[in-house]
Design a protein around this ligand. Sequence first.
Ligand SMILES: Cc1cc2nc3c(=O)[nH]c(=O)nc-3n(C[C@H](O)[C@H](O)[C@H](O)COP(=O)(O)OP(=O)(O)OC[C@H]3O[C@@H](n4cnc5c(N)ncnc54)[C@H](O)[C@@H]3O)c2cc1C
Length: 553
Amino acid sequence: MRQLSTDVLIVGAGGAGLYAAIEAARRGAKVLLLDRSLIGRGGATIMAQMTVAAAVGPEGTDHWQNHLNDTLAAGRGLCDPDLARLLCEDGVEVIREMDRWRVGWARDGAQFAVVQAPGHDRPRCVYVDFLSTGPAVSKTLRAVAQRTPGITRLGDALVTDLITTNGAVTGAVALHVESGQALSIAANATIIATGGLTSLYRRNSASANMTGDGYALALRAGADLIDMEFVQFFPIGHLAPRLIGMDPIMWDPFRYKLGGRLLNGLGEEFVERYGSTDSGRYVVTRDLATYAITKEAAAGRGSPNGGAWLSFRHIPPAQLRTAFGPVIDRLAANGIDLARDDVEVSPIAHYHMGGIRVDKHMATSVAGLYAAGEAVGGANGANRLSGNAITEALAFGRAAGRSAAEQSTGPGLDADAARAAAQLIVAEGVPCNTAALFVRLQAVMSDHAGPFRTSSGLAAALNEVHALLAEAGPVPPGKPRPHDLARTDWFVLRQALLVAQCVILAAAARTESRGAHQREDYPHLDNDWTRNHILRLTAGGLHLSSIPVPVVP
Ligand SMILES: Cc1cc2nc3c(=O)[nH]c(=O)nc-3n(C[C@H](O)[C@H](O)[C@H](O)COP(=O)(O)OP(=O)(O)OC[C@H]3O[C@@H](n4cnc5c(N)ncnc54)[C@H](O)[C@@H]3O)c2cc1C
């Protein structure tokens, strides 16, 4: 087994992991930044095309407190106020620092160009034109990380277990995909920055490596998870006609720039039937739009493929060309002329509000273990505002990097525990179609733990997850070999099945509807449920409890 050691180990090199690496290294720590994919090119950050929210508009027009008020309101009473404040207050500084690093935020004269996104009370979202926000953020952070002394980068390494010594996390064990062998890393501090879990759903906006690994790693190491039931579905994911080479969630900025109309199969605007005030502009929040589109389709008034129509036909063609810029030509290559054609859209799994429970220093309840980015739960409560996720990744990454750099030397890696975890990586098992099992998991999560849930559906989902666990077996299939995807998928499935149970258990226990969690059998918000769910893995299995939401100071 190859053995490495570092001051700070960062698992996941998206926006959060890269910012954490830069911050820890510039505070003097030796950093190992590790990713199962290529550094800075896997996960969600590089895929994000739209906007980043922070109160950086022209002088005197906004304040982070306004952003915080909107974030708390969107979170439907469940936000952790310290984390939400950190996101909004520190968000301003990280967006400005990214600007100094030449990310290329669009400008309006000398000021940042800011647009208004749903749920924000004023224009507050910066972007890099056209649809280049995530790639520009990733490229900038990759460049800064590359020139910052003290950061070692390692791709193709899938962390399978964290190692604890006397109750503290002291490093990790990883499957080195290129060789098929195990790798152990001793670290004083470890930061989980592995992003979200939306690949657990059939229709998702995710890259294949967003399978919730970090939640399972933290849980198995003794950390708490919070509010795992809150999966955000993006309401207007592209559904039809076929769109090649373009992001399925690209419609969002154009809808709120231009006021695209959402129509049902009968050509009627319908969002207002569901208690919102869309009225031709894109002001309805994501949870309400998801609800409205799904309900309309269920009532038999959907578009031909079971979603809704998105129409820009009322906008003059010249205005469409100005707003869409080069995107209009890419749409034309797909046979779509927005002056003539409507497109079909429907909800798609997009972001996870729940995750690892941390304090405002990004510390978990386990010594030596920190988390950052989408892997963290609680900042966005029951529903996330548009643009808050990249800000969260950057601000939380910076905070985690700072805390981890200050971590004093730990008890050292427990060699026996590391060897035991490594044994699983090189164990030989019977053949098993792990990819097919993963597809079954996506199906059951979509059908029963998706935007709408019922107690019987969630019970059926839990049974299927237990069946999948039995079929996956206790060891990976075959022998260790370089680039063996069936074995890699087995480790991913092992974590995903644990994470799926967390989502299902928390969703079944929350007998109300709130934000992204909608129960058909409990359709109303219940004030007694203004509580956070906490999940812990004990010797007896998963243990779920609920606590009152911390009071907003
Ligand atoms: C298509 C799309 C568009 C989006 N658009 C926007 C937007 O416009 N504005 C906005 O604010 N938000 C947007 N979001 C959400 C936002 O991009 C993410 O929440 C944010 O980028 C998450 O950053 P992160 O660093 O926490 O995780 P990620 O960027 O997802 O990075 C996680 C990394 O962890 C690695 N990893 C995972 N498991 C392991 C493991 N076991 N071992 C080693 N490495 C591992 C992955 O390979 C990946 O590189 C969008 C998301 C998607 C999918």
